[in-house]
Design a protein around this ligand. Structure first.
Ligand SMILES: *[C@@H]1O[C@H](CO)[C@@H](O)[C@H](O)[C@H]1NC(C)=O
Ligand SMILES: *[C@@H]1O[C@H](CO)[C@@H](O)[C@H](O)[C@H]1NC(C)=O
Ligand SMILES: *[C@@H]1O[C@H](CO)[C@@H](O)[C@H](O)[C@H]1NC(C)=O
Ligand SMILES: *[C@@H]1O[C@H](CO)[C@@H](O)[C@H](O)[C@H]1NC(C)=O
Ligand SMILES: *[C@@H]1O[C@H](CO)[C@@H](O)[C@H](O)[C@H]1NC(C)=O
Ligand SMILES: *[C@@H]1O[C@H](CO)[C@@H](O)[C@H](O)[C@H]1NC(C)=O
Ligand SMILES: [Cu+2]
Length: 313
C-alpha cells in the first residue's frame, strides 16, 4: 500500500489521461494547411491618368491577402508567367527550420524563372498579428506585395477588446513608368533613382493628387465601434507618418508581437514595418468624413517627394 497513495486510483488516472489528450488535441486538430496559388502575371492598371502594364499576383491590384492562424502551415504555389525572374519573401515570418522558404532571390533560393513554379511550404510558429509578402528581386516589390494576416489560434482571444472589424491599410507607391526601368537607370548612372509619382493607400493615391479623386480609398464605418487597422508600410524606401483627422489610435501590436497598448495621434512606420492599431469611431457623427493621411519623413539628401496620400474615413 506504500506506493498506492501517490498514484491516483485507476479511474482518476484514466480521466487525467483523457484530459491530457484533450489538451494536446487543439495543436494537432486545429492547425491546418492553407493552400494558396500565386500566378505572377501582367495586368493593365491606371492611376493618375496613366495606364501601364505591371507585374501582379493573379492580375489583382490591390493584391490577394493571405489569412492564416498561428500554428498553421502555409502552402503557396507561385507560378511565373512573366518575363522577369521573381521570388516572394514572407516578410517577418521567422521560418524556423524552413529557411529555404524565406524567399530573397540569390540568398535563400534561385529566382523562379519564366514558365517555372516554386512551392513555399512553412509553418507559422509563435507569431500572430500582421505581416506581409512581397517580391524580393530588383524593384518588383513596388507592385507585387500584399498582407499576410495571422489570427490567434482558434479559441484564443486578442489581449484587447475584440474589434468590430479588421481592415488592412497598406502604404505603397505608384510609378507612372515601369519601376524596373527606374532602378535600372539608377544603377547605370549611379544617381539616386527617380521618385515615384504618388504614395498610395491600398493601391490608391487619393484625392490630393491630380487626376486621382476617383482613386481614393474610403473606409465606411459605424458609430461607436472599434476597428482594427492592420497597417503595413510597403513603400520601397520611405518612412511615413500616418494619422487620422480628429482621432487618436491605440497601438496594440508591432511586427506581429503584442505590445503594451498606448494611444497616439500620429505614428511613424518604416518600410517593411507593420503595426495594428485600434480606432474607436465617434459615437454620433452622421455623414462625417475624416482624412486618413500619410506623408514621408526624410532628413537625408536622397530623392523623395514630399507629397501626401489621403484616404477617407
Ligand atoms: C494591356 O493593354 C494593351 C494595350 O491596350 C493590350 O494589348 C494588352 O492585351 C493588355 N494586357 C492585359 C493583360 O490586359
Ligand atoms: C533570370 O535568371 C537566370 C538565372 O539566374 C538568368 O540567366 C537570366 O538572365 C535572368 N533573366 C532576367 C530577365 O533577368
Ligand atoms: C511541407 O512541409 C512539411 C514540414 O516540413 C512536410 O511534412 C510536408 O510534407 C510538406 N508538404 C508538402 C506537400 O511537400
Ligand atoms: C497638379 O497639377 C497642377 C497643374 O499642372 C500643378 O501645379 C500641381 O503641382 C499638381 N499637383 C500635384 C499634387 O501633382
Ligand atoms: C477636428 O479638429 C479640428 C482641429 O482641431 C477642429 O477645428 C474641428 O472642430 C474638429 N472636428 C470634429 C468633427 O471633431
Ligand atoms: C446623410 O447622407 C445621406 C445620403 O446623402 C442623406 O440621405 C442623409 O439625410 C444624411 N444624413 C444626415 C443626418 O445628414
Ligand atoms: Cu521584406
Amino acid at each position: 500500500m506504500v506506493g498506492a497513495s501517490i498514484l491516483p486510483p485507476p479511474t482518476f488516472r484514466a480521466l487525467l489521461f483523457s484530459f491530457s489528450i484533450f489538451c494536446l488535441l487543439p495543436e494537432h486538430v486545429f492547425a491546418v494547411t492553407r493552400h494558396y496559388k500565386f500566378d505572377i502575371k501582367l495586368q493593365n492598371v491606371t492611376r493618375l491618368c496613366h495606364s501601364k502594364s505591371m507585374v501582379t499576383v493573379n492580375g489583382q491590384f490591390p493584391w490577394p491577402r493571405i489569412v492564416a492562424r498561428e500554428g498553421d502551415n502555409l502552402f503557396i504555389k507561385v507560378v511565373n508567367h512573366v518575363q522577369n525572374n521573381i521570388s516572394i519573401h514572407w516578410h517577418g515570418i521567422r521560418q524556423l527550420r524552413s529557411g529555404w522558404a524565406d524567399g530573397p532571390a540569390y540568398i535563400t533560393q534561385c529566382p523562379i524563372q519564366t514558365g517555372q513554379s516554386y512551392v513555399y511550404n512553412y509553418t507559422i510558429v509563435g507569431q500572430r498579428g500582421t505581416l506581409w509578402w512581397h517580391a524580393h528581386i530588383s524593384w518588383l516589390r513596388s507592385t507585387v506585395y500584399g498582407p499576410l494576416i495571422i489570427l490567434p489560434k482558434r479559441g484564443v482571444q486578442y489581449p484587447f477588446a475584440k474589434p468590430y472589424k479588421e481592415v488592412p491599410i497598406i502604404f505603397g507607391e505608384w510609378f507612372n513608368v515601369d519601376p524596373e526601368a527606374v532602378i535600372s537607370q539608377a544603377l547605370q548612372t549611379g544617381e539616386g533613382p527617380n521618385v515615384y509619382d504618388a504614395y498610395t493607400i491600398n493601391g490608391l493615391p487619393g484625392l490630393l493628387y491630380n487626376c486621382s479623386a476617383k482613386d481614393t480609398f474610403k473606409l465606411k464605418v459605424k458609430p461607436g465601434k472599434i476597428y482594427m487597422l492592420r497597417l503595413i508600410n510597403a513603400a520601397l524606401n520611405d518612412e511615413l507618418f500616418f494619422s487620422i483627422a480628429n482621432h487618436s489610435v491605440t497601438i496594440v501590436d508591432v511586427d506581429a508581437v503584442y505590445v503594451k497598448p498606448f494611444d497616439t495621434e500620429t505614428l511613424l512606420i518604416t518600410p517593411g514595418q507593420t503595426t495594428n492599431v485600434l480606432l474607436k469611431t465617434k459615437p454620433y457623427f452622421p455623414n462625417a468624413t475624416f482624412f486618413m493621411t500619410a506623408r514621408p519623413y526624410a532628413t537625408g539628401q536622397g530623392t523623395f517627394d514630399n507629397s501626401i496620400v489621403a484616404a477617407i474615413l
